[in-house]
Design a protein. Sequence first.
Length: 726
Amino acid sequence: MKAEEHCNESAEKTSKQTAFCKPCKRQWAKCGTDPAKNGPKSFHGGANTSEALTQSQDGCLTASLTSEPRVKDFGQLNPDEKMKMLETTRQAKVLVLTMVYRDGTTQLDPEQKLTLPVCGLLVLMKSDLSCGTPEDSLGPNDSLVYLKLEHTPAWAQQQTHPSPELFTRDMLLQVLTGSQLVVCYKAKDLLRSVLQVYRRELNWKRVAGCHIQDPQVSAWLLDPTDPSSCFQDLLNKHCRRPHTTPALGAQKVSQIISGLCWLYRLNMKLCSQLQSQGLWKLYSDMELNMIPVLAAMESHRIHVDKEALKKTSDLLGTKMKQLEKEAHQAAGQIFLVTSSTQLRTVLFEKLRLHERCENKKLPKTINKQQQSTSEAALLLLQDLHPLPKIILEYRQVHKIKSTFVDGILSCMMCKNYISSTWHQTSAVTGRISAKHPNFQALPRQPLQITKKQYVQGKEEEVVTVHPRAMFIPHEGWTFLAADFCQVELRLLAHLSSDPELLRIFTSPQADVFTMLASQWKGVREDEVTSEDREHAKRIVYSVVYGAGRERLSGILGVSTEQARLFQDSFLQTYRDVQAFIQRTIQQSHKQGYVLSIMGRRRNLPNINSPDWSIRMQAERQAVNFVVQGSAADLCKMAMIRIFNLVSSSSSLSARLIAQLHDELLYEVEDSHLEQFAALVKSTMESLQRIDHLGVHLKVPLKVAVSSGKSWGSMSELNIPLTFPSP
DNA sequence: CTAGCGTCA
DNA sequence: CTGGTGACGCTAG
């Protein structure tokens, strides 16, 4: 009882402490938990007290866990016992894992906080494959081991050999890369934590080949539209089981143990479903192999020019103040520029701008039918008065500052690097997504800012703000980007076998979008600007994925009638593309789902909906999934192949920084640049044929590589057509 | 048109 | 006072 009281008390203190230890409003900011920096000389920002508190609580949980007779604490064993344990691990048939966090939760608990410090790993070793019939009890030969997963700084490590740290590391390696069945819910998080904790002592290549089954991934493959937010949800959905209530202390430990047993059952259930749905190969050969790729990517530190970021933050701040002043002058009064209510009063009650443009219909707010201050409205008003333009620019600057400058700064806290979190199961099409920051949404084009200077000489200075340019390779390293050119369109050519489209990609390789842009703008190909090309690209994809006339006319900038003509002529030119679209829709109606090139599946529950608009949406989703999903398959395959090449080589050292859907961004040693570029290009282009998955594309794949000393300044790299020697 | 994430009212 | 939501911004095809 006493122990439990103590537990609750310190839990309370800790929660207060964590609240205190959150100087910035963003929850995902890492609060100086970097083990490498907690050396003797860096005691900053109250780290002392918080450390003490969390440790006492950790002690409490560890105590609960290890006082449970079924759990062996690996750290407390003597060297002989440790050797025996390693052997037992080798002999086990199944390993079921979960991370234990310092606040006493595990990966099986719902709603974990985003950057929870990890304290250990609980391993259930099963000696046979049975599911353990009586609800949650262990088999007679099953055993449980607790592995402490906290880093002792190098300066505090014992000098005796082998050091206990390395024993634990070897045990971890045995657990993670053994040949037996290994199961973990959210395996990527576990792998990433291990790589972070043993950053110095464990090379990522050593866990590259690990093959951990993960029910989160299998459930997502079975139904990518299912939210399945936590382990409990998955259990409720797929397994019949008694209701459980949250518990504390020793009961909590029993619950964790029974959770592991259920995890194993859930995994088996999902595996058999994968097999019966024909998804096993995709799961085992692709998605499971993505786990170490993503874990390695997340545990890599991307260097950011923090000082430059801070400077641009200040610059944008002063720019906003200037614009605010200008807005007040233009309005003839002081008001809050961020408030749409106050802006509405100024624009329509004071200046009465709406009365001066009766020929245009101004948008209204949806709720109260008031005059809108949306971008569309301001664009219509901008010729009547200087104020709308000022507001528009203010909003643009504000957007860049809050999302891309301050946003990235808040992901760094006291560090000078970032690591995004990459999600394997959050996109229905099979693409991966990123958070904190969202690497895949950083602006491609820099923003021009005119800065007023109150110094003699020049009056104005134009500064360009480019968030991508803030990402810098480490000293002696270079960024390398490899881009699959027009993947989705090439896949569409393959899937539809359209002779016209195939011809475009097979013949001498002019850029497709440049070609199309020159065709309908009536200019020479070398006169097509990059904006023209982007424009053409958007139009092509819009038409292919079934944009309506309204939407298309908006994108093209012409009347709806002309949009319809364009649409018709496009689909007449590429008749087999249209046939493919119709075929796909028909098929989705018949079977209720649709498949990508590698067998990824999307169920479409609304495909036979009586509601016309709902049904049409499902039809567009069906067509889009086949193409976007197939492109995702290819890109993931490329990541895995390159990852395996690097990890099995002793000389290659390049690391994946980010995936931007069709583009892979690597950080590579300067001297390896050309060789690695050739390797990446040939590996990616060779995916035209993937024999064991039955993929033979009718079009060649084209990969463009570029390199640079910042992500904002990449320039194309010409690779000779020689195949690299092994 | 289809996918995402982040910010804001 | 806080938390959920839908719009709109950025990205990728």
